[in-house]
Design a protein around this ligand. Structure first.
Ligand code: CA
Length: 237
């Protein structure tokens, strides 16, 4: 077992089962949902690392499922669909899918695509842990429920502030340039100019630091950018 949980959302049980067999052969733990509603239930209650998603599903369409997933996480999604039109593929990718595989597909190829997507995520260091803490145990970031606590009290952060913190805290040893923070936090097509990041950082410091003028948790690295301070290596709860 490699401790990676994959959710297959597919109403055709034969397809679902064959994909399951191939994934299990490679050591993945597999969950199966046969409709969109059940998919979201499993996604909410279980730590899922990657979703394989059919589009034409009972109860809730794959499009609805991916929208809901994207509203709360960056968990990778691979769409498997019989919809072959270019427009459908583009639409799927626009909704935030990481890959689009057209049916019928070879299960072997699908597993390779799963691996490729997971490799890409590792490269960009998107955290798979749900909880990130500082070594002094004062700050806690809960990525599953999108909460940030200081000394046990919830800190009210905007969505952008939370996302920036997530980027910084997910790679405690890395110095980020402003461009990297923008790219990793908001994606390539976000057209904020890099000084906007300084304003966000300033606001975040007001909320999480004891003394924002002498920050311990977000350090400025002069001439380079920012780095988190005192964050424990990312761990899984
Ligand atoms: Ca289907």
């Amino acid at each position: 077992m490699n401790d990676i949980n994959i959710l297959i959302v597919e109403d055709e049980k034969a397809i679902s089962n064959i994909v399951r067999t191939y994934l299990e052969k490679d050591g993945y733990k597999v969950y199966q949902a046969y409709d969109g509603k059940k998919a979201l239930e499993i996604f909410t209650s279980t730590k899922i690392d990657l979703v394989i998603l059919d589009l034409m599903l009972p109860k809730l369409s794959g499009e609805e499922v991916i929208k809901d997933i994207r509203n709360r996480s960056k968990t990778p999604v691979i769409i498997i669909s019989a919809k072959v039109e270019e427009e459908d593929r583009i639409n799927g990718l626009r909704l935030g899918a990481d890959d689009y595989v057209i049916k019928p597909f070879s299960p072997k190829e699908l597993v390779e695509r799963v691996k490729a997507v997971l490799r890409r995520i590792e490269k960009y260091n998107i955290p798979r842990a749900d909880i990130i803490k500082t070594k002094d145990n004062r700050l806690l970031m809960d990525l599953k429920y999108n909460r940030f606590l200081k000394d046990g009290e919830e800190v009210s952060l905007t969505k952008n502030e939370f996302s920036i913190l997530k980027t910084l805290f997910s790679s405690p040893n890395k110095i980020f340039t402003r461009d990297e923070i923008i790219e990793l936090t908001f994606g390539l097509d976000y057209d904020a100019y890099d000084r906007a990041i300084d304003t966000h950082i300033k606001n975040i410091r007001q909320k999480i630091e004891d003394n924002p003028k002498k920050p311990q948790y977000i350090k400025t690295i002069y001439g380079m950018g920012y780095k988190s301070g005192g964050v424990d290596d990312v761990f899984k709860e």
